[in-house]
Structure formats: structure tokens, C-alpha cells
Design a binder for this molecule. Sequence first.
Ligand code: NIG
Ligand code: FE
Length: 398
Amino acid sequence: MSDSFLLTNTTAATMRGEGYGLIEDAAIAVKDGRIAWTGPAADLPGQYAALPTRDLGGRLTTPGLIDCHTHLVFGGNRAREFEMRLEGASYEQIARAGGGIVSTVTATRAASEDELLQTALCRADTLIAGGVTTVEIKSGYGLDRDTELRMLRVARRIADLRPIRVKTTFLGAHATPKGTDPDAYIDDTCIPALKAAHAEGLVDAVDGFCEGIAFTPAQIARVFDVARDLGLPVKLHAEQLSSLGGTRLAAHYDALSADHVEYATEEDAAALAASGSVAVLLPGAFYTLHETQKPPVAAFRQHGVPMALATDWNPGSSPLGSLLLAMNMGCTLFGLTPAEALAGTTKNAARALGLTDCGAIAPGNRADLAVWDVSDPAELSYTIGITPLHQRLFGGRA
Ligand code: NIG
Ligand code: FE
């Protein structure tokens, strides 16, 4: 297929405006990998009529899905911890006993760049097969300069080797290496590593883990100050296991997003609304950790906080490789509507990454599209473990 063509005989969930922004019997004109026009086929401007046509057989077209929070690059796996949790140990107990994030750090440090790349490519392929066209990938399993940079280089290489867009996030403030003082780690390792990664052009955003088992708001603020000096946007793992004020800290720094947010309050929702930050909900971690505190979805709605959904794919709290399943969980576990779930993996996910050229079927946007063998967009959230992807277009290319 060339980069310029006309898609016809499709229902388009454009994700523009309210709800799905549905257009029945739509046409989508693609020129040079970008969307040139979309609307009812009956209104197609004459200038697009001569483009080669592709009949989609009445299928549903959505924007390509965007997984806006993943830890896709890592060494090893944590199946043993899964067993320990089933025997009664909590995520925090395992972390405090030297397991958890720190055990993935050991495996990631031991892996070569090529080993990390090969395993991450398999995971990227899984997301691609699920209709994902943009993925965010964090560092944070190195906790030393060389490994943090290696993770980010691997993340960048994925975009060279596969038809997927990658946004990288520096997450040096994820955990403290064993036997190190957290303050010393932030000042002597994390911040210098951030500056080095930025100097290599490896960083699109800066993240942290604000939690009792990780870093305090004051420690995260030191990292965010450096991010601001470097001109990098921030996001934060906030209020995942307890309420520490991370969400308000993120809002104070005009964060792109506050993520997890199960323990966020109404006041936190108001702060996110004021800063225009997205609440990224991660039902895979909620599910895996047997969490019972749900994110304050009603408060987010009431304050107009955009909600995104992501896999949080990581070896510990969310070994989840399906964004469609995250959508299903967002509906069943958190009470999102299927329209909110799809907005959460398209337009609001784009916003959580600071992207303005994807996440909606709109003129000028990249032709990142997913064509589904379904007739109703709610089916994407409704089915469990089924991937009805018919075709995926990345910049107009199959
Ligand atoms: O998003 N919350 C902190 N970070 C990850 C978990 C990482 C891990 O357990 O390896 C998360 O859930
Ligand atoms: Fe995460």
C-alpha cells in the first residue's frame, strides 16, 4: 500500500469531541502518511476521489492505540514473587526483603544491550499485534548511570527496528540500590545519570516513584527541578500504595500525568485539573497486587481530569501485555465506560505523552490507525483475551 490512499466502507471512532466521535459510513483520506480528510463518505471532497481505494468491509477504524506507561525493557522475570504473593507475602514485604524492583535491577544490570533489546522487541511485537502504534518506555531498572542509559538506548532502538513510535522516560528515581542512602542516590547517581541521558538525547520525559518504599516528595522534587532546568516534562508514579502528596507535587510541576493514583483524593483531582495533567490508570497493577482501593474516577470526571489507561507492563506489579485487556479491566474494575476506556488508550494517552499529532482520527494527524473486526466500539473493552485486530497502519503503512 502506498502512503496515499482512501479508506472507505468503515465506521470511524475518530475520538474527536465527546464519546467516540463516531462517523458511520466514513471515508478517511491518507496522504503521505498523514490523515488529509475524514468524514461521511457522501461528503468526500472531489480532490480525494482519485486516490487508490481500500474497502474496509464495514469494519471499525480507531486511532492506533497508545500505551502511555510501560517498563518494557528489563532483564529476568519475577514469577517466583508471584508465587510468594499467592503464599501471602505483600508487594511491600517482598520489596523490603530485597525482592521487587531491586531484583529486576540485578537481572537488568547483568544483561547485555543486545539481550535487553531482544526481549524488549518480543514485548513490543506483542503490543504491535494488539494495535498499538505508540509506546512509552521507562528506564528505572538500572539505578546506575550505565544501565539506565543502556535501557534508554534499547528503547530508542526499538523504534528503529519496528513500526512503532517510542517515547522514552527517565525513571532513575524508581528505587534505591541495596545498601545506598536514598538522598545520596538521588544526588550522586540519579541526577547525574539524568543529565548524561539527556545529553545523549535519550530522554523525552522524567518520572519518579513517590512512595513509602521508594522516594519522598522532597526527594522527587530535587529530580523534577533538574528536569525543569533541562526543559523536560515530568510524570509521576503517585498515590499507588498510600497517600503521600505525590499527585499534588506532580501537579505543581505541571506534570504530563500522575500515574496509578488509587489513593488520590478529591483535592488531588482538583490539583490535576488545574495543571491540566492526565490521570493514568493502571488496572493491571491494581489487579496483580490484589489492591482494593480504587482510583477516584468520579472525582476525576467531576473535575474534568482526562483519564488514560495503560498496561504498566513490568515484571513485578503488572506483567500485562494487552492494552485491550487493560481497557476491559478499566471498565470492570474501575467503572470506566467503554468510551472512556478507548479515550484512555488514544487521545488521553497521547496527551499523557505530550503528543498532539496522534490519538484521534483528525486531519493533520499521523495515519496511525487500527482496523478492527467489530461493529461496535464497546466490543473492544467488552471481550476478554480476544484481539480482533484486522489491520494496523503506522504512518499510513501496513
Ligand atoms: O509501575 N510502581 C512502581 N513501579 C512499577 C513496578 C515495578 C516493579 O515492580 O518492577 C509500577 O507498578
Ligand atoms: Fe509503572
